[in-house]
Design a binder for this molecule. Structure first.
Ligand code: HEM
Length: 394
């Protein structure tokens, strides 16, 4: 690889040959850009994510390289779960657990089904669907809006804010323009949610925000509350879009696997884990070494960034035989698509539920779905792996 843009292109087009090479050449590889250690093997990825010596807190602020960032945005970043370590991280996760209960997720099942059906109703007569725009993008943001308890009329704004912020939070390759756009969106989003917090404090409803504001005070500061609500919106949006889009593409490319699920829809909830393993929506988790130590057989220095390559771990043949094949007979699929350790995805059960209902609805209602494209349009992202469009006919 000669330059960064070539590396970036290899990763977004098809990262798996590079991951295979990295796994065969060693356990830890230094990269100059993005600067840090790349960790490609499954067991090493688990070790990094479970080891408190590797934290999410970055003493030098968010990883924006030479880009300019306002003090306000910097402060906001540091209050975000993604960039916190215990004990602050633990305190905030406990507040999430209190408000985001398994019952709240289960209660959403009927609504998710209704929304998925409505989205199919809207295209049914036309004989075609652009799966990302018409379905996979629309479903998760509506579900999160209902979970948080904000009205559907605000969806366009929530979507824009979420898209702008997602790049900043996780993508290593970003531009000053990306940062500037996220600054504006975060300021608008903060004003919006502060008004919602005031309303819910005055008149609580049975929604997640009401649950969270009742925990503010000593347990959850005002900055932390906003950081938490905004990160739930952002973290649960594009990731779930990508789960649905990537899964449909994987099934279009593998007629036998698709037939298995179409014939027995009860298998879909378990199959979602194999689909998550196969084309993971989040390819990388980032950490920083808080002390000098040895990881994956490599000495690393305090302050060194580490990139746990989730997408590579999920294709590690020592754990998943014949890893480049979708296979619903693997038994329990212990993938790392939702991460591992203290930062394990807060929304994993909601994401699984949305993914399963989405695939069930599509296979049931549009059984003749077929590709209406030559090559898949992958977005030019390296952490959030997903399609920008997926035109289909039925
Ligand atoms: C298929 C969909 C999803 C995938 C693949 C996914 C993946 C992940 C991963 C890999 C992490 C760990 C990041 C790290 O260790 O640095 C994470 C954390 C997180 N996820 Fe998800 N996620 C999904 C959906 C959701 C949903 C629906 C929500 C919320 C409603 C959500 C909320 C969060 C939050 C708040 C965190 C931060 C947790 C922490 O740092 O303690 N995610 N997710």
């Amino acid at each position: 690889v000669n330059d960064v843009s070539q590396l970036q292109e290899m990763l977004w087009k098809d990262p798996y040959p590079l991951y295979r090479l990295l796994r065969s050449e060693g356990r830890a590889h230094w990269s100059d850009f993005p600067r840090g250690w790349l960790i490609p093997h499954y067991t090493d990825v688990l070790d990094v994510l479970r080891d408190p010596r590797f934290g999410a807190r970055r003493d030098d602020g968010p990883d924006v390289g030479r880009l300019r960032i306002s003090p306000e945005l910097d402060r906001q970043f540091r209050k975000t779960l993604f960039f916190m370590d215990p004990p602050d991280h633990t305190r905030i996760r406990n507040q999430v657990g209190r408000a985001f209960t398994p019952r709240r997720v289960l209660d959403l099942a009927e609504r998710i089904e209704a929304i998925a059906n409505e989205l199919v109703d809207a295209v049914e007569a036309s004989g075609s669907i652009e799966l990302i725009g018409d379905f996979a993008y629309a479903l998760p943001v509506r579900v999160i809006a209902e979970l948080l308890g904000v009205p559907a009329r605000d969806l366009p704004r929530l979507r824009r804010w979420s898209d702008d912020t997602a790049v900043l939070l996780v993508e290593p390759f970003k531009t000053q323009e990306d940062v500037d756009r996220a600054e504006v969106s975060l300021a608008e989003m903060r004003k919006y949610f502060e008004a919602v917090f005031t309303q819910r404090r005055a008149a609580p409803l049975d929604d997640l925000i009401s649950g969270l504001v009742s925990g503010t005070g000593p347990l959850l500061g005002e900055d932390e509350l906003f950081a938490l609500v905004s990160v739930m919106l952002v973290a649960g949006h594009e990731t779930t879009t990508n789960l649905i889009g990537n899964s449909v593409l994987s099934l279009l490319n593998d007629a036998d696997s698709r037939e298995v699920l179409a014939a027995d829809p009860a298998r879909i909830p378990d199959a979602i884990d194999e689909l998550l393993r196969f084309e993971s929506p989040v390819q990388v988790a980032q950490r920083v070494a808080h002390e000098d130590c040895v990881v994956a057989g490599q000495e690393v220095k305090a302050g060194d960034p580490l990139y746990a390559l989730l997408g590579s771990a999920n294709r590690d043949p020592s754990v998943f035989p014949d890893p480049d094949r979708l296979n619903f007979e693997r038994g329990e699929v212990r993938h790392v698509a939702f991460g591992q350790g203290v930062h394990y995805c807060v929304g994993a059960s909601l994401a699984r539920l949305e993914g399963a209902i989405a695939i069930q609805t599509l296979l049931r209602r549009l059984p003749t779905l077929k590709a209406d494209f030559e090559t898949p349009s992958w977005g030019k992202r390296v952490v959030l792996r997903g399609l920008t469009s997926l035109p289909l006919r039925f």
